[in-house]
Ligand binder design. Structure first.
Ligand SMILES: NC(=O)C1=CN([C@@H]2O[C@H](COP(=O)(O)OP(=O)(O)OC[C@H]3O[C@@H](n4cnc5c(N)ncnc54)[C@H](O)[C@@H]3O)[C@@H](O)[C@H]2O)C=CC1
Ligand SMILES: O=P(O)(O)OC[C@H]1O[C@](O)(CO)[C@@H](O)[C@@H]1O
Length: 385
């Protein structure tokens, strides 16, 4: 079986590539990073280390790479021949790879007309749907009609903490042992594949929202309040009793929304939260606030990990999401000169102030209660310093 995976980065190599190998696939990574692609083609294998007391090393074999900047035609042919296509490139890159994927599907349609599923493994709601929308924008109406029946874009939730890598070996990757990969089976066109560790579900919403609004919300609390208080690593930040209390409070708020919306048992959800906090504290994972807080414009978006649970909390619980609002206030002050979105955020703040910036990035409007709640928390978080 042949897989094509876009993005040979942390999740690509450390999660999706590993599971595909363990399920017998030959994986072709498509990336624009020449160093990584050259190393994949030279060695055709790499190692994943599980970050715990045993540091078990898992081999990943039968892998190759295509540098899509240099050899787009090879990537197009690989899509035409694939049994599955996956991505882990980041939400903002999906529109960029859509052109190549559209050409790959056109070639496939001409050459073999075989059904195919394409799964975006990104931290967002509706990642594969966004990819489909961007791919379909490149097609004629007639192609859209034919491709609709053949090519599925099932949404997915992916959960595994893979920090920035500090290994000398460019391919080696250390990952937390825990993982979860859940795919919406209702959107499949080629049918279920036997991939070890992949769970198909008929309704993805509870899974993706529980994951995004617990793991990613919680991590964002630690990153943005941690950065605000001057911490550099997730470990330093979460070791601070102040940050831990804010994390607990924010996850109780997003948890109340999840329990209300999806009917998770309150006790079951409490233990899910504790499991996630335990994962954040894994002493064998060395992670930075700058990685977890990266791309703050995206993370302050209307459907992302902060604004959506905070808005729903106000709407469903009719109470102020004090801890989420504190995190949003800290996120609006987040600075990282090496992060394009953080630089843009701060230039927006300079130009327009916090309130207008919040409107612009989050889609909130004058009169939305969340705006008031966030602005109220600016002086409150200052007292934490
Ligand atoms: N790192 C983590 O713990 C987790 C990350 N995710 C999600 O996985 C996705 C990837 O994240 P990471 O692997 O951490 O990032 P990463 O930065 O390690 O990997 C992204 C890869 O995409 C490649 N890329 C960029 N532009 C490209 C293009 N035009 N064509 C092909 N490849 C391109 C980059 O060169 C890089 O190798 C993101 O959506 C992230 O939110 C999801 C769960 C966990
Ligand atoms: O990958 P993103 O969306 O930039 O956010 C970083 C997040 O990804 C994760 O690595 C894993 O879900 C979390 O650690 C963190 O919440």
């Amino acid at each position: 079986m042949r897989a094509v995976h876009f993005g040979a980065g942390n999740i690509g190599r450390g999660f999706i590539g590993l599971l595909l190998h363990q399920s017998g696939f030959h994986t072709m990574f498509v990336d624009v990073n020449k160093t990584v692609i050259d190393a994949l083609n030279e060695r055709k294998s790499y190692k994943v280390t599980l970050s715990d007391e045993n540091s078990e090393q898992l081999p990943v074999e039968n892998v190759k790479g295509i540098n899509s900047g240099e050899h787009p035609d090879a990537a197009i042919q690989a899509i035409a021949d694939a049994d599955i296509v996956t991505t882990a490139v980041g939400p903002t890159i999906l529109p960029i790879i859509a052109d190549l994927i559209a050409k790959g599907l056109q070639q496939r349609y001409q050459q073999n007309k075989k059904p195919l599923d394409l799964i975006a493994c990104e931290n967002m709601i509706g990642g594969s749907s966004l990819l489909k929308e961007k791919v379909f924008e490149k097609l004629s109406e007639a192609e859209q009609r034919s491709f609709e029946a053949l090519f599925g874009f099932p949404n997915a939730a992916v959960d595994r903490i893979v920090p920035n890598q500090v290994n000398e070996d460019v391919l080696a990757v250390s990952v937390e042992p825990y993982y979860e990969w859940v795919v919406d089976e209702s959107q499949l066109k080629a049918g279920k594949l036997n991939i070890e560790g992949l769970t198909y579900v008929s309704d993805l919403a509870p899974y993706i929202e529980r994951k995004l609004f617990t793991v990613n919300t919680g991590h964002a609390v630690v990153a943005y309040l941690g950065a605000y208080l001057g911490y550099k690593t997730i470990k330093e930040a979460i070791d601070s009793p102040q940050v831990e209390a804010l994390l607990q409070g924010a996850l109780e708020e997003s948890g109340a929304v999840l329990v209300e919306q999806y009917g998770f048992g309150p006790e079951e959800h409490k233990s899910y939260i504790q499991k996630i906090i335990h994962r954040f504290k894994n002493p064998y994972v060395s992670d930075e606030v700058n990685r977890v807080g990266r791309a703050p414009l995206r993370k302050l978006g209307p459907n992302d990990r902060l604004i959506r649970p905070a808005s729903l909390y106000l709407q469903l619980l009719e109470k102020e999401p004090e801890h989420l609002s504190k995190t949003i206030a800290a996120a609006l002050q987040y600075q990282d000169q090496g992060d394009e979105e953080a630089v843009k955020l701060q230039s927006l703040v300079q130009e327009k102030g916090y309130k207008e910036t919040l409107f612009e990035v989050s889609g909130l409007k004058e009169g939305d209660k969340l705006v008031e709640s966030v602005l109220k928390q600016f002086p409150e978080i200052e007292k934490l310093k």
